[in-house]
Design a binder for this molecule. Sequence first.
Ligand code: SF4
Length: 485
Amino acid sequence: MLSEVTIPTTCPGLFCPTSAQDGILSRIRIPGGLLNGQQCEAIATLSNQFCNDFVQVTNRANLQLRRLQANLPAEALQLLQSVTLAAPIPAVDAIRNIMSSPTAGIDARALLDTRPLVRDWNNTLMSRPDLAILSPKFSVCFDGGERVSVGDRPNDITLVAFEQEGSIRLRLFLSMGERGDAPQDVGVSVKVTEAISLLIALAEVYRDYTAQQSSSAKKPRLRDLLKDWGIERYFNTVTQKAGFSLILEVENLPQKPSLSYAHLGIHPQQQTGLAYIGVSLPLGQLQTQQLQELASLSTRYGDGTLRLTPWQTVIVPNISTSQIVQIQQQIKDLNLQTDTTHPSSAMVACSGTTGCKAALTDAQHHAQIMTAHLERCIALDTPINIHFSGCEKSCAQHRAGDITLVGAERQGTETYQVYVGNDGSKFGRVLYPLSDADALPQQIESMIRAYQQHRQSLQESFTDFVNRHAIAELQQIFDTALRQP
Ligand code: SF4
């Protein structure tokens, strides 16, 4: 049954679209980023009818519908419900997408196929109106031990597969730090069969806590509960609900960092004779025709499915290795890239002034100009991450990039603070406090040229290179390169 009511929230969802600078913004949850052929068709129909012929993959592997002239009509929502892309209970539809590795079930190194857990948790969440009280930012992630890891992505609750005495268990990580921080190991693990019961108990205790805070203006995040109660009280309450004890373990489980590029290009699967191909999308955008063509390639050569990733890219899985090179060419013919070193794979940008009223710069536009400039002027030979952010909030990427450009304003001119490398701070070290947006393409090109010229070996990444130099040295190296004809 569809609700006509728009549910107020700060996070856009299908039943609670928000108003952005460029029109109405709506978001489709895609649990685990997994799409079947029927779902691709439904999205292409909506994109074609309402969204100027494109959709955008977000950094939680949702699909975003931008520039809508009006809220989606009831028929569109019913179409999405019929292919299970919209919740039957609208009030819970806005709760954050469930994250898992986009290579779940096909990664040769994985310890556990997390897809059944994604499905079961989604079914639970979507059938529980009592959980609608939770912050829409409540997020759960499953990491099956894949090479394409998602364990360090910012989520409230993350369950990570690990092996203990010959059996696979799930270790609990909770978000306890600041916005964008990786979740922390809390020294507790459960059997795989206990995972959903644990999540239900964790969510129900959080629900009861939220209900007690009803007088506060903002819904509490799970980390607010943890700060208020402490972990011991939370666990004691959860244990009583779950009906099993949470075993405390002493040793920490090392967290694998996620590698943004590890899935791009061709990769053999766990299943003999099959491979997947990772495709980068320019700033996460997918034209309707590209979506249809990718889905049709998957139907013709694979199993008809696509997988969206938290790096705003897409994977075409389950292709016979004998046909994968042919398909790679067909994907390139769609004007999409599969190389880790293509400038389009390097670029990340938030919506900037075109979509967000907090933005100080047109991040999308500047990232597009940068992509075109680098494509024309320089061959990248190693992956480089360049992140444009319209303000300090950094919505599009929660970690420091190789190069991070943060929007600033100087007397009506669009400028960026240029950060490089990674020193553990949010954006890395400031290289140039204010650079004009117009000057950036050449400036970044010369920085990359200088890096290519001065690095110790091809294996030294841009971040490793800048991290071993003082800022004054870097300015000298880069400025010399900029002056060269
Ligand atoms: S980073 Fe700032 S400008 Fe970009 S979308 Fe977020 S709030 Fe808006």
